[in-house]
Each structure stands twice: as structure tokens, then as C-alpha cells.
Design a protein around this ligand. Structure first.
Ligand SMILES: [Zn+2]
Length: 232
């Protein structure tokens, strides 16, 4: 029966293209999962800190390899560990805003989202962060209030395209393999220096990931350095 033959759904294709286009436009603020570049450049990012002892452990690993990373910090944790937050800055890593309380912002009002961002920006400025502060929404949320508030504040939402699932497993070999298997130029790698449970596996994996990626010719950049290479 010809009538029932399935035809390609051009409406859906159009909608998908349209959504992709507006998500890359300034209409909803700028958000990045990766950077469009052919250079062998990637960014290591650490979320949910500062925490004890993992942030300091990571700082030692990064220092040993002479690699700069980006830490998306939770406001409440900056209040708890201001000296660790300052140590991250002192080692010239980049520091971003990962909200104040790390609750999901999807169904929150714009004023709640705004307060979460502004409180944490202020804490970051108080420990010496200057210039543009990037935001990473908790759980990667980018719906409803979040994009509107970010657009209004002209703030970039920095997401990620390489997830190692280090909040599920702390097996350093698994974390390492997941990162290595997915690596591409311009990648933004998500790891955690805070959150529930141990992060020793993440610390150990970071050491191996840096060694392995350097062997493959990759260089490490902070988010602003990576954005400066964006061909988009
Ligand atoms: Zn987080």
C-alpha cells in the first residue's frame, strides 16, 4: 500500500536543524560543549570542588606535568575551603562558576538562577578572580531560566563533550580509557575534584590521561585558551 509507505519526515529534520541553529546562536546565550578546531588542543575541567584532599592532590599532578586546567567551583565549597580555592588560582589555573548550591536549575525561577550565579561570582571575585567568569550549570542543564539569565548576564555556559562517569566509578583505568577513547581536537573533558565519595581514582586517572594524551601529541588549554582557538 503506497499510501502507508514511510516517507522521510522533513518536518522533524527541519526542526532538528532549527534547534541546532538556535542553540548555537546568541538567542539563548552562548553555550559550548567543545571547540571547533583542528589543533590538537583539549581542556581538562574539574567540577564540584574545592574539596579536601582531592583538589590539592590534583594541583600536585597538574604542577608535575606543567598543565593548566579549569576548575568549576561550587559557591558553598568556596566558603568552606577558601584557601584551597586560592591555591588553585595561585597556580594559574582558570576558575569558573558552578552555581552556589549545586541544585538542578531546570525548574527554578530566573531570580533563583540569578542569585545562584551572582553569589558565586562574588565569592570568586573575593578570592581574586578577575575578568570574565564562565558558568557551568549543575548537571549540564540548559533549559528554561538558565539560558535566559545567562543571555541577560552575557555569560557563557561551558559544558563538555567527554564524560568519564567518574561519579559512578573511581576505577582509574576505566576513567582513563573512557577519556582516551573519545578524545578529539577541541574536546572539553569533564572530571570531578569534589562531590560524594572518594576522588582518588580521578586523581590517578588525571595523571595517566595527561601522559597518554601528551604522547599522542595533544596539548592542554584552559577554557579561555581553547575559546581563543575556536573556528566557529
Ligand atoms: Zn557538578
Amino acid at each position: 500500500m503506497k499510501f502507508f509507505r514511510k516517507k522521510p519526515n522533513h518536518g522533524i529534520t527541519f526542526l532538528r536543524k532549527f534547534l541546532r541553529k538556535i542553540s548555537h546562536s546568541h538567542l539563548f546565550g552562548e553555550s559550548y560543549r567543545r571547540i571547533n578546531t583542528t589543533e590538537q588542543l583539549v581542556a581538562l575541567t574539574f567540577d564540584d570542588g574545592p574539596s579536601e584532599p582531592y583538589t590539592n592532590n590534583l594541583l600536585e599532578v597538574l604542577e608535575r606535568h606543567q598543565v593548566k586546567a579549569t576548575f568549576f567551583m561550587i559557591g558553598k565549597n568556596i566558603e568552606e575551603y577558601p584557601d584551597i580555592a586560592k591555591a588553585v588560582l595561585a597556580q594559574k589555573h582558570e576558575v569558573g562558576n558552578h552555581s552556589y548550591s549545586h541544585t538542578s536549575l531546570v525548574f527554578k525561577s530566573p531570580s533563583f538562577v540569578r542569585a545562584e550565579i551572582e553569589k558565586t561570582d562574588l565569592l570568586l571575585q573575593n578570592i581574586g578572580v578577575r575578568g570574565e567568569i564562565y558558568f557551568r550549570s549543575p548537571f549540564g542543564a540548559q533549559l528554561f531560566s538558565v539560558p535566559w539569565v545567562l543571555l541577560d548576564k552575557k555569560k557563557k555556559n561551558i559544558l563538555f563533550n567527554i564524560v568519564a562517569g567518574d561519579w559512578h566509578t573511581q576505577d582509574a583505568d576505566i576513567i582513563t580509557q573512557r577519556v582516551i577513547n573519545q578524545i578529539k581536537p577541541g574536546a572539553i573533558i569533564l572530571l570531578h575534584d569534589g562531590g560524594k565519595g572518594s576522588r582518588f581514582g580521578t586523581v590517578k586517572a588525571t595523571d595517566i590521561i595527561i601522559r597518554e594524551l601528551k604522547k599522542r601529541g595533544f596539548k592542554f588549554a584552559t577554557i579561555s585558551q581553547l575559546l581563543a582557538h575556536s573556528a566557529r
